[in-house]
Design a protein around this ligand. Sequence first.
Ligand code: BDR
Ligand code: CA
Length: 308
Amino acid sequence: RIPLLIDTDPGVDDALALLMAFNDPRHEVVGLTIAAGNVGLVHTVANALKLCEVAGVDTPVFAGCAAPLLHPARDAAYVHGRDGFGDTGYEPATRQAEAEHAALAILRLSHEHAGRLLLVALGPLTNLALALKLDPTLPSRVARCVVMGGAVTAHGNITAAAEFNIAFDPEAAHLVFEAFPMIDLCDWEATLAHGLAHTHVNAWLAADAPRARFYEAISRQTRAWAGERRGSHWQSADGLAMAYALDPQAALEVEERALAVELQGRHARGATVVDWRREEGRPDHVRILMRYDQARFEALIQAALTAA
Ligand code: BDR
Ligand code: CA
């Protein structure tokens, strides 16, 4: 099985992505490295441990960076709940996080699975940036790197121009995009183009299965929030990124380009500026997901939620 390392900030859509990964027979999740993002690190770590407990997996969980590299954090509690999991007041998991820091775990696991590792980043890129600073040879041991982040034509979700994961820590994102020779990117605009009908989601969540029951509870608040703002469809950014990671064959259209992260700017800090016209002469280093097989995406989600 392909070793899969997930860097994440759970987060309701992170949780769906993790369930999809745990359920995939072709991949083995070798670790969850956790960053601050959607909410603070204390909550994102607790949420990761709880999700593992609900899913019945003993994947090691490593706590990482509690804040962006340079600037103060701004969270997305208004989307995911104050605890990042819809404020259900769940009983904390009995297991604790490992003692090793997430950045060190990323490096160690990259050696243990050198040449085979699938690395999927679903949150701000702070842990990965720190790992790269500690050891710039990391990309040479990663078989494939998939990132959820960015807004490739500047339709952001946290500011007009920027997407949350990149805007949370633009410096970290810059370091990561500069370091990997190729990154498979699932951005916010792809997410919008692959909405999930609330009617479908509700049907999956009604399944008599522990994962569906837990997910129904933690996602209730954010599904209602999205329903009020975006109508009939719900967006799962991290779910789509994980679908692309687990089954890249189901990608129907991708575009390879060069990309820069805007680090300055009054209106566009954290924007992912794609050289669509290939004006700057830089080799392509991101493969942008434009279209994914919607039926395959939904089948992966349904299977993940309804698994025994
Ligand atoms: C991304 O930001 C977070 O709120 C989600 O978990 C996802 O990773 C979408 O912009
Ligand atoms: Ca996330």
